[in-house]
Design a binder for this molecule. Structure first.
Ligand SMILES: NC(=O)c1ccc[n+]([C@@H]2O[C@H](COP(=O)([O-])OP(=O)(O)OC[C@H]3O[C@@H](n4cnc5c(N)ncnc54)[C@H](OP(=O)(O)O)[C@@H]3O)[C@@H](O)[C@H]2O)c1
Length: 385
C-alpha cells in the first residue's frame, strides 16, 4: 500500500532529502501535504512536482504570494495553527517533522493526537516536550520513528530486542568543525567557519549546534525520552569518521552498531519505509577504503555545551525547555553576527543559572518557561552587543 506522507518543513535540508527519497520510490510513497516558512519559490516548485492536497505557510502575505503563483486549486493553511492542522490532516498516514526549533513541538503533538506515525527529525520537540510527547505516543496506537541518524541507528539496533536488556547507549558524533581547538582560539571564528561541518551538510541551526557540541547534548536528552534510558546509561563518544552512527550495549556484553554512508537519506528512507526496507541508490561502504575508525572522549572543557545539556536533562522539570530556548536565541544571535562563538556558551550558562524550575504539568508551563528563557537570553545578548 502506498504511504501518504506529510512533510513539515519541506524546504529545509531534511525536507528536501525526504522529497529525494520519495521521488526515487514513487510506488511506495505519495506526498499529500507540505509546509514552508520563507522559501515560497521552492515550495511552489515542490507543489508543481508533487501535487499535494494541502500546504501550510507561516503568514498571510506568503499565502497571497503563493496563491498568485499557483493556478490549480490547492488548500493553503496559514500560521502555526495551519502547520498543526496539516500534521493532523485525515489524508496523511505518516508525518515527517523536519521543522527546526521548538516551533515543531505543537505539530508533533497534533500528529500524535491524530494517530499518525511520526518520522521525527525535529529533535527540539523531544528536548522541550519529551515527557508529554512520550506519554502521548505510549497512549495511542502511534509510533515515533526517529530520523536523526544516531537515534535512527539506535532504533534499528533495538529491533527485536527488549529495552530492559540495554545497559548502555553509545551516541557517536563527529566532533564538529572545531574538534581539537581550544575555546580561546574560537573568539574570532566566523559564521562561515562554524557552518563548515566536516561530515554532514545540514541546516544552519544544527550546524552551529554541532560546532558547540550542543547537538550531542540535545541528542542525549532526545535519546533519554525516545528510548526510556537513564542519562547515566547514555555515553557520548567522538568518532570523527562518522561511519558508526551509534551503538547499543546489552546486558550479556553484546554490542550492536549501525554503520553506513554519511548520508541522511538512509535514516530518512528507513523512517518512511519501516518496517520494510527499500533499495538505496548510494554506493555500498568500501571497507578497504576506510583506513581507520577512531574514538575519543568529548572535550567538555572547551565545548561545555554538552555538559550544560546533560545537567539540564538530569535536573529535568523545565530545564530542558529553557536550555533549548536559550540555545535557539544564542545560535540565532551568532548567525546574525551579533555575538561571538564563545558568547553562545556564556548566554546559555547565564540563563540556566538564573532559572527557577517548575514541574511540567502542561504545555502551558513549558511555553512559560521558554518565553522566560528567550526574554532573559535577549537581554543578555543585548548587553553583549
Ligand atoms: N539537516 C540534517 O542533516 C539533520 C540531521 C539530523 C537532525 N536534523 C534535525 O532536523 C530538523 C530540521 O533541520 P534542517 O537542517 O533540515 O533545518 P533547515 O534546513 O533550517 O530547515 C528547516 C525547515 O523548517 C522551516 N521553518 C523554519 N522556521 C520556521 C518557522 N518559524 N515556522 C515554520 N517553519 C519554519 C523552514 O522553512 P523555509 O526554508 O521555507 O524558511 C525549513 O523548511 C532540526 O530539528 C535538526 O536538528 C537535521
Amino acid at each position: 500500500m502506498v504511504k501518504r506522507i506529510v512533510i513539515l518543513g519541506s524546504t529545509g535540508s531534511i525536507g528536501r532529502q525526504t522529497i529525494d527519497v520519495i521521488k526515487r520510490n514513487r510506488n511506495a510513497f505519495d506526498v499529500v501535504g507540505l509546509s514552508a516558512h520563507k522559501n515560497i519559490g521552492l515550495l511552489e516548485e515542490q507543489i508543481r512536482e508533487l501535487n499535494p492536497i494541502v500546504v501550510a505557510i507561516s503568514n498571510e502575505r506568503a499565502a497571497e504570494n503563493l496563491r498568485a503563483r499557483i493556478e490549480r486549486k490547492i488548500e493553503i493553511l496559514v500560521g502555526e495553527g495551519g502547520i498543526q492542522e496539516l500534521a493532523a490532516m485525515p489524508e496523511g498516514d505518516l508525518v515527517v517533522n523536519a521543522l527546526v526549533g521548538s516551533i515543531g513541538l505543537d505539530p508533533t503533538i497534533s500528529a500524535l493526537k491524530a494517530g499518525k506515525t511520526l518520522a521525527l527529525a525535529n529533535k527540539e520537540s523531544m528536548v522541550v516536550g519529551g515527557e508529554i510527547v512520550t506519554k502521548l505516543a505510549a497512549r495511542g496506537e502511534t509510533q515515533i520513528i526517529p530520523i536523526d541518524s544516531e537515534h535512527n541507528a539506535i532504533f534499528q539496533c533495538l529491533q527485536g530486542e527488549d529495552v530492559k536488556d540495554v545497559v548502555r547507549i553509545i551516541l557517536t558524533g563527529s566532533g564538529g568543525p572545531f574538534r581539537g581547538c581550544k575555546l580561546e582560539d574560537l573568539k574570532d571564528v566566523t559564521v562561515e567557519e562554524a557552518l563548515a561541518h566536516p561530515r554532514w551538510k545540514m541546516g544552519p541551526k544544527i550546524s552551529i549546534d554541532s560546532a558547540t557540541l550542543m547537538n550531542k547534548g540535545l541528542e542525549t536528552i532526545e535519546a533519554h525520552f525516545l528510548f526510556g534510558i537513564d542519562y547515566n546509561a547514555i555515553e557520548v563518544i567522538i568518532h570523527p569518521q562518522s561511519i558508526i552512527h551509534s551503538m547499543v550495549e546489552f546486558r550479556d556484553g553484546s554490542i550492536k552498531a549501525h554503520l553506513g554512508q554519511t548520508d541522511m537519506r538512509i535514516p530518512i528512507q528507513y523512517a518512511l519505509s519501516h518496517p520494510k526496507r527499500l533499495p538505496s541508490p548510494l554506493p555500498s561502504l568500501d571497507f578497504s577504503e576506510i583506513k581507520e575508525l577512531t574514538f575519543e572522549k568529548p572535550d567538555i572543557i572547551n565545548f561545555p555545551c554538552l555538559k550544560y545539556a546533560l545537567e539540564a536533562g538530569k535536573k529535568g522539570k523545565t530545564f530542558p525547555a529553557v536550555l533549548n530556548a536559550v540555545n535557539e536565541e544564542a545560535v540565532n544571535a551568532f548567525l546574525n553576527r551579533k555575538i561571538s562563538f564563545p558568547a553562545i556558551l556564556h548566554v546559555i550558562r547565564e540563563v540556566l543559572d538564573s532559572h527557577t524550575p517548575l514541574e511540567v504539568r502542561s504545555i502551558g508551563v513549558l511555553k512559560e518557561a521558554e518565553n522566560w528563557a528567550r526574554q532573559r537570553a535577549k537581554s543578555i545578548i543585548h548587553e553583549l552587543t
